[in-house]
Design a protein around this ligand. Structure first.
Ligand code: SF4
Ligand code: SF4
Length: 415
């Protein structure tokens, strides 16, 4: 029985869909998307499925409230994988410079984010950032690494970092900050060379073979590295946890994928650092907004660590915008494909946060961070966005340097 056949048309998904709320079009709600997919199942060349699937952020809000608990994200991901070859993709890497030069908007985005073309040229072929930036992902090997000879689980105190593409290739301060935080949490964290993309971008695009290939590669890399696998990125965390499900039907990899996912932990789930202090998030004088990514919003068990880590800082006042937590409009490939729609989804969030007086936005999701940094760069205001790992590491570094009697200005620290 297909998910569409199980849908009871209750409409719960329409109330929470950022795209439907903006456009009011039934085809942009989860039930509407499924209706379009079912209606055009026999005409794969039709553009309608590409259109409705493309305008989905894969944010998971619909799935979180679905009265039938339908696997909506997996349904959309699989449907994207069935789109005709070439739909929404550009297969040749050598086109990218030409496209960059032909796209002032893309060049502006890269320069706002401080990303140079040289840096981009060093981006590995299998990084999900190619897709996120709307550039043609180059071909990469999908051959599976060799099978393990035996899993070595960790000694006490050892851990491995999985930094994610943004940190590893474009904003390396996130890597050093993460290693510092792990050390402060009492762990000796290694940063294994050869880390691949977590595969979320490939999975979201419906490229399940590509996502599985990246999963196998990461599993093989970490199999000999002892200890928990810590990640500072909310998106990567959700995808790494998905490896067990992604490879469940692969007899050669299922058990090891399950073991890998069981080792994955959010960096901010480490015990609070005593050096931080004992804040509550309510008594500080610096208003800061914590942007919870959609991935975490629907997984409360994953969301508590980052909030707890932030609240330790006594100088910080965690603002609560009037209204529910809103999506930032990044949505993996969505921002690139539909920049106007993404901007329109971001606008109410920005207004809501600006109204609180917050000048600093902190998030633990690399995709959301890219979206905030790029949108804020085009606003005239003084608001800035920073990764949670960087924010915490800068704060702790400043505290240590000043042996911490005075209050720290969080804004100057993150200027
Ligand atoms: S995943 Fe998000 S954008 Fe897509 S249909 Fe569901 S709520 Fe809407
Ligand atoms: S919430 Fe679930 S069951 Fe209800 S209309 Fe949406 S997809 Fe269908």
């Amino acid at each position: 029985v297909t998910p569409f056949a199980q849908c009871v048309r209750c409409g719960a998904c329409t109330a929470v869909c950022p795209v439907y709320r903006l456009t009011g079009q039934e085809g942009h709600s989860a039930r509407g998307r499924m209706l379009v997919l079912a209606s055009f199942a026999d005409t794969p060349s039709s553009l309608a499925p590409t259109e409705v699937l493309g305008r989905c952020l894969m944010c998971g809000s619909c799935e979180a409230v679905c009265s039938r608990q339908l696997p909506l994200l997996a349904t959309f991901a699989a449907a994207r994988g069935r789109l005709p070859p070439g739909a929404g993709t550009r297969p040749r890497r050598r086109q990218y410079i030409r496209r960059l030069l032909a796209s002032p908007r893309l060049l502006r985005l890269l320069s706002r984010l401080g990303i140079s073309l040289t840096r981009l040229a060093l981006l590995p072929a299998d990084s999900g950032l190619w897709r996120k930036l709307g550039l043609p992902p180059p071909q990469f090997s999908t051959s599976a690494p060799s099978l393990p000879t035996g899993l070595v689980m960790g000694d006490e105190g050892q851990a491995q970092l999985f930094a994610g593409c943004l940190a590893r290739h474009l904003q390396p301060e996130i890597v050093s900050a993460s290693l510092q935080l792990a050390a402060r949490g009492g762990l000796t964290a290694a940063d294994p060379a050869g880390q691949g993309c977590c595969g979320l971008a490939a999975w979201s695009a419906g490229d399940l073979a590509g996502a599985r290939s990246l999963a196998r590669r990461n599993i093989a890399l970490y199999r000999e590295q002892p200890g928990p696998i810590l990640t500072p990125c909310a998106s990567c965390q959700v995808q790494l946890l998905r490896y067990a499900e992604l490879l469940a039907d692969d007899p050669a990899w299922a058990a090891e994928a399950a073991r890998f996912s069981a080792r994955v932990q959010g960096l901010f789930d480490l015990p609070p650092s005593p050096a931080c202090g004992r804040g509550t998030g309510e008594r500080g004088d610096r208003p800061v907004y914590f942007h919870l990514s959609c991935h975490l919003r629907h997984r409360p068990e994953l969301a508590s660590g980052p909030r707890r880590a932030l609240k330790q800082i006594p100088e910080l006042h965690l603002v609560k915008p009037a209204g529910p937590d809103l999506c930032c409009g990044q949505g993996g490939l969505f921002q690139q494909a539909y920049p106007d729609l993404a901007g329109a989804i971001f606008a109410p969030l920005y207004r809501q946060v600006a109204a609180t007086g917050a000048e600093l936005v902190v998030t633990s999701c690399s995709g959301c961070l890219l979206q905030w940094q790029s949108e804020l760069a085009s606003c005239r205001g003084t608001m800035r966005a920073v990764h949670l790992a960087v924010f915490l590491a800068r704060y702790l570094g400043e505290k240590q340097e000043n042996s911490c009697s005075r209050r720290i200005d969080l804004l100057k620290l993150n200027a």
